[in-house]
Ligand binder design. Sequence first.
Ligand code: C2E
Ligand code: CA
Ligand code: CA
Length: 593
Amino acid sequence: MTAVDGSSPAPAPGAPSPGAAAPGDGGFEALFQHAPCGYLTTTDDGRITRVNDTFLTWTGHRREDLLGTAFARLLPVGDRILWSTHSAPRLGTGSGVSEVVVEVVAADRARRPALVTATRAPARDGAGAEVRVIVFSAPERRAHERELIAALHRAEESENLRAAAEAEARRRALLDPLTGLANRAGLCAHLQAALAAGEGPVGVLVVDLDHFNVVNESLGTAAGDELLLTVAQRLRAEVREGAVVARLSADEFAVAERCEDAGAARQLGERLLEALSVPVVLEGLEVVTSASTGAAVARGGSPERLLHDAGAAMQRAKAGGRHRVEVHDPARTDAAVDRLRLLGELRRGIAAGELRLHYQPRVGLPDGRVGGVEALVRWQHPVRGLLAPVEFIDLAERSGLVRELGERVLDTAVEQAARWARDPQHPTLEVAVNLSTRQLTDPGLVAAVTGALTRHGLAAHLLVLEVTETALVTDPGAAEAALAALKELGIGIAVDDFGTGYASLTYLQRFPVDELKIDRSFVTGLGVSDGDTAIVRTCVQLAHAVGVRAVAEGVETEQQRDALVAMGCDFAQGYFYSRPLSAPDLAQWVRSR
Ligand code: C2E
Ligand code: CA
Ligand code: CA
């Protein structure tokens, strides 16, 4: 069978002929002619418009025999069908190419297997006419192609290896190298996905080993590592499938697991602690590990928030005696936020002069003469009204704001006492000012006190500073130095809430103290509880034994007053005489007596 009807002798390859060259193609034309593949272009209905030299050389056909004829006639009948059904120009739509393996009939009627690739959609030839491009890959070319493909595969493989290495590096970045558990980033990634999935609440437990550094330091880091591996193993054994166990830092682990509620998280936490409390043998020694655990449960929010809440709960577990589980309570966060807000308001309030002092008289026993007052701070809050110290002193103390607060109080109290001292209508009153622990150990205290006294012209002996036992024992060295300096100025020192702290007799002798204020909790029980009565009596005797005055706080009844008189207590203070009053009310109260 002839390949093409009316085949005739082939022209010299590359000879110029219609359809062989498009005007102005230059280098492209040469490339087209000598490309390593046979190229044809056809009209949309399959008539050959151009053919390259490679194709002519390969098949032995002459260009003039092919131009204008149907391309399909180059194929054996069977392949013609294959071509028309499977391939261009009718196959598919849009861009892209079709490929089919066919046989091409050469000029000598030999059949040459070829991979035929054809554009599905018309392309434009050099002259701008719409054509389809058909490419023949000769078998001998295919060997070369195979090589190329193999090389490509090799390249791909190495590319795959590189990608795999990258994936491995990514994976490693999420892993703790020692235990193989997730690290913090890995845990966060997991939590992110779990929270975003919205499949119900997720619990996070932060497990912090107690005294891990003791193991590390006494048995060495290898033993420490072994302990960590054991912990990792035990935690993994306790959690459900799908849970993630992570190591957050040296001795801090975390577990993320679906947890119905806080109760379930607590149960899980307790299970973890139990698993960890089984002794581990390290270097031949049986070591018992304990851990402090904090849990938090959330349905949404960020992984960081959840971890933070669990971490805060863990800190509470640690502070609360270790080896226990604390569950984060959202209300506590609200309370913390409230405290933070209040702190901001207090800072502003102090600057805006919203602090007020009330004065509670202190009377001598048994005659009831007023000799002094205790200044007690209040905060005139613009919205919440007059706030008692219990609502903000602790906050101020913990934040350090108590320094500013204390200086204001001191200044106002000294100013008021100086005013009374100058007023001939008013008895001269000693004023007692409360100092917090922080204030007592503040190196600026003595300067602040001296400053206030000189500013307002008050004699030092009219000022008493009240310090608690706790303040004295917190930093005895600093307290002793501060008190000695204050004493030097001639200021009186009172030990407040006496009997509730840990100050011993030695402290009383060591510190230059002038009076003991017997705590209200004992005074309340006077005459009611034998124990309290005995304590108050002992306190009075103790004060007198070391040569200081005894002051009873919180005297509310006549009975209490009488008992105190009988014991020889020197001063009394309490609602029985008066509540703390504003300065004008106090002046009124003094006049009325
Ligand atoms: P505190 O120094 O023991 O002050 C005595 C507290 O007992 C005062 O409460 C006073 O109002 C109350 N009180 C007095 N007599 C009676 C009574 O007969 N019955 C009862 N139930 N209570 C009585 P306040 O003013 O609320 O002060 C509470 C605490 O706040 C003070 O305890 C003191 O520790 C602290 N505080 C007050 N003002 C200041 C201050 O200016 N600076 C510092 N650092 N702390 C202060
Ligand atoms: Ca006091
Ligand atoms: Ca007190």
